[in-house]
Design a protein around this ligand. Structure first.
Ligand SMILES: [Zn+2]
Length: 171
Protein backbone atom coordinates (compact mmCIF):
# COMPACT_ATOMS: atom_id res chain seq x y z
CA UNK A 1 0.00 0.00 0.00
CA UNK A 2 1.83 3.08 -1.21
CA UNK A 3 -1.13 5.43 -1.47
CA UNK A 4 -2.74 6.94 -4.53
CA UNK A 5 -1.27 9.57 -6.82
CA UNK A 6 -3.73 12.43 -7.34
CA UNK A 7 -3.64 14.31 -10.64
CA UNK A 8 -5.38 17.58 -11.35
CA UNK A 9 -7.92 17.65 -14.19
CA UNK A 10 -4.98 18.81 -16.35
CA UNK A 11 -2.96 15.71 -15.34
CA UNK A 12 -0.59 17.80 -13.27
CA UNK A 13 0.47 15.73 -10.23
CA UNK A 14 -0.93 17.22 -7.01
CA UNK A 15 0.16 14.82 -4.33
CA UNK A 16 -0.46 11.50 -2.65
CA UNK A 17 -3.47 10.48 -0.54
CA UNK A 18 -4.43 7.20 1.11
CA UNK A 19 -6.10 4.65 -1.14
CA UNK A 20 -9.19 4.83 1.08
CA UNK A 21 -9.44 8.61 0.61
CA UNK A 22 -8.91 8.19 -3.14
CA UNK A 23 -11.66 5.59 -3.34
CA UNK A 24 -14.08 7.94 -1.59
CA UNK A 25 -13.27 10.67 -4.15
CA UNK A 26 -13.98 8.20 -6.98
CA UNK A 27 -17.22 6.92 -5.40
CA UNK A 28 -18.40 10.53 -4.89
CA UNK A 29 -17.70 11.27 -8.58
CA UNK A 30 -15.11 13.86 -7.67
CA UNK A 31 -12.35 11.88 -9.36
CA UNK A 32 -11.84 9.20 -11.99
CA UNK A 33 -9.65 6.16 -11.55
CA UNK A 34 -6.83 6.18 -14.11
CA UNK A 35 -4.81 3.21 -12.87
CA UNK A 36 -5.77 0.60 -10.33
CA UNK A 37 -3.54 -1.24 -7.89
CA UNK A 38 -4.85 -4.69 -8.76
CA UNK A 39 -6.05 -4.98 -5.17
CA UNK A 40 -9.79 -5.69 -5.24
CA UNK A 41 -12.11 -4.83 -2.37
CA UNK A 42 -15.23 -6.95 -2.05
CA UNK A 43 -18.36 -5.53 -0.48
CA UNK A 44 -22.02 -6.41 -0.38
CA UNK A 45 -23.31 -6.10 -3.89
CA UNK A 46 -20.03 -5.72 -5.72
CA UNK A 47 -16.31 -5.24 -5.85
CA UNK A 48 -13.95 -2.39 -6.70
CA UNK A 49 -10.22 -2.04 -7.30
CA UNK A 50 -8.19 0.24 -5.07
CA UNK A 51 -6.88 3.16 -7.13
CA UNK A 52 -3.17 3.73 -7.83
CA UNK A 53 -3.70 6.93 -9.84
CA UNK A 54 -6.80 9.16 -9.91
CA UNK A 55 -7.59 12.34 -11.80
CA UNK A 56 -9.83 15.03 -10.36
CA UNK A 57 -12.95 15.66 -12.44
CA UNK A 58 -12.77 19.38 -11.83
CA UNK A 59 -9.65 21.50 -12.01
CA UNK A 60 -8.47 22.77 -8.66
CA UNK A 61 -6.29 25.82 -8.35
CA UNK A 62 -3.27 25.23 -6.19
CA UNK A 63 -3.37 28.45 -4.18
CA UNK A 64 0.20 28.43 -2.95
CA UNK A 65 3.44 26.75 -3.73
CA UNK A 66 3.92 23.74 -1.48
CA UNK A 67 7.35 23.16 -0.10
CA UNK A 68 8.98 19.99 -1.38
CA UNK A 69 9.48 17.59 1.55
CA UNK A 70 13.16 16.94 2.13
CA UNK A 71 13.75 13.20 1.88
CA UNK A 72 16.76 11.08 1.07
CA UNK A 73 15.11 9.87 -2.15
CA UNK A 74 14.28 13.38 -3.35
CA UNK A 75 17.72 14.70 -2.39
CA UNK A 76 19.53 11.95 -4.30
CA UNK A 77 17.25 12.63 -7.29
CA UNK A 78 18.08 16.36 -7.17
CA UNK A 79 21.82 15.64 -7.10
CA UNK A 80 21.66 12.98 -9.81
CA UNK A 81 22.40 10.16 -7.40
CA UNK A 82 26.02 11.28 -7.18
CA UNK A 83 28.29 12.57 -4.44
CA UNK A 84 28.53 16.35 -4.96
CA UNK A 85 32.22 16.31 -3.99
CA UNK A 86 33.69 13.41 -5.99
CA UNK A 87 30.80 12.12 -8.21
CA UNK A 88 30.91 8.59 -6.74
CA UNK A 89 27.45 7.04 -6.21
CA UNK A 90 25.75 8.83 -3.31
CA UNK A 91 25.14 6.79 -0.19
CA UNK A 92 24.64 9.43 2.47
CA UNK A 93 23.36 12.91 3.23
CA UNK A 94 25.90 15.59 4.05
CA UNK A 95 25.18 18.91 5.78
CA UNK A 96 27.38 21.47 3.98
CA UNK A 97 27.55 23.61 7.11
CA UNK A 98 27.76 20.88 9.75
CA UNK A 99 24.83 20.66 12.12
CA UNK A 100 27.31 20.97 14.98
CA UNK A 101 28.16 24.44 13.58
CA UNK A 102 24.58 25.54 13.27
CA UNK A 103 23.84 24.29 9.74
CA UNK A 104 20.18 23.51 9.14
CA UNK A 105 18.51 20.42 7.72
CA UNK A 106 17.25 22.39 4.72
CA UNK A 107 17.42 21.98 0.93
CA UNK A 108 20.02 24.76 0.81
CA UNK A 109 22.33 23.00 3.26
CA UNK A 110 22.04 19.31 2.39
CA UNK A 111 23.75 17.47 -0.46
CA UNK A 112 24.18 13.88 -1.61
CA UNK A 113 27.56 12.46 -0.65
CA UNK A 114 29.41 9.20 -0.75
CA UNK A 115 30.35 7.56 2.51
CA UNK A 116 34.05 8.30 2.02
CA UNK A 117 33.63 12.05 1.49
CA UNK A 118 31.10 12.30 4.28
CA UNK A 119 33.53 10.55 6.62
CA UNK A 120 36.51 12.69 5.52
CA UNK A 121 34.54 15.90 5.82
CA UNK A 122 33.10 15.07 9.23
CA UNK A 123 32.30 18.42 10.91
CA UNK A 124 34.87 20.51 9.00
CA UNK A 125 33.81 23.51 6.91
CA UNK A 126 34.43 23.15 3.16
CA UNK A 127 37.03 25.90 3.03
CA UNK A 128 39.20 24.11 5.60
CA UNK A 129 39.29 21.12 3.25
CA UNK A 130 39.65 23.13 0.04
CA UNK A 131 36.53 21.42 -1.34
CA UNK A 132 33.95 23.03 -3.60
CA UNK A 133 30.35 22.18 -4.40
CA UNK A 134 29.62 21.30 -8.03
CA UNK A 135 26.44 23.34 -7.82
CA UNK A 136 24.64 25.50 -5.26
CA UNK A 137 22.10 23.39 -3.37
CA UNK A 138 18.55 24.62 -3.91
CA UNK A 139 15.05 23.41 -3.26
CA UNK A 140 13.68 21.62 -6.35
CA UNK A 141 10.60 23.23 -7.87
CA UNK A 142 7.55 21.57 -9.39
CA UNK A 143 4.54 19.43 -8.71
CA UNK A 144 6.20 16.11 -9.46
CA UNK A 145 8.89 16.86 -6.90
CA UNK A 146 6.27 17.15 -4.18
CA UNK A 147 5.17 13.61 -5.00
CA UNK A 148 8.70 12.29 -5.14
CA UNK A 149 9.41 14.04 -1.85
CA UNK A 150 6.84 11.85 -0.15
CA UNK A 151 9.23 8.98 -0.86
CA UNK A 152 6.44 6.70 -1.98
CA UNK A 153 6.60 6.77 -5.77
CA UNK A 154 5.04 3.71 -7.38
CA UNK A 155 6.21 2.35 -10.76
CA UNK A 156 2.67 2.89 -12.08
CA UNK A 157 3.04 6.61 -11.38
CA UNK A 158 6.13 7.15 -13.51
CA UNK A 159 4.33 7.91 -16.81
CA UNK A 160 2.34 10.61 -14.99
CA UNK A 161 5.38 12.17 -13.31
CA UNK A 162 7.78 12.11 -16.29
CA UNK A 163 6.18 15.00 -18.19
CA UNK A 164 6.78 17.12 -15.08
CA UNK A 165 10.50 16.53 -14.84
CA UNK A 166 10.87 13.40 -12.73
CA UNK A 167 12.57 10.65 -14.70
CA UNK A 168 11.97 6.94 -14.30
CA UNK A 169 15.55 6.65 -13.08
CA UNK A 170 14.73 8.69 -10.00
CA UNK A 171 11.11 7.78 -9.30
ZN1 LIG B 1 32.43 11.50 -2.54
Amino acid sequence: MSGTLVLNATYEPLGVVSERRALILVLNSRATMIEDTGVVLHFTGGEISLPSVIKLNRYVRVPYRHAVPLSRRALFARDGGRCVYCTAPATSIDHVIPRSRGGGHTWENVVSACHKCNHLKADKPLKDLGWRLRSIPREPVGAAWRVLGTGRADARWVPYLEPFGVSSATA
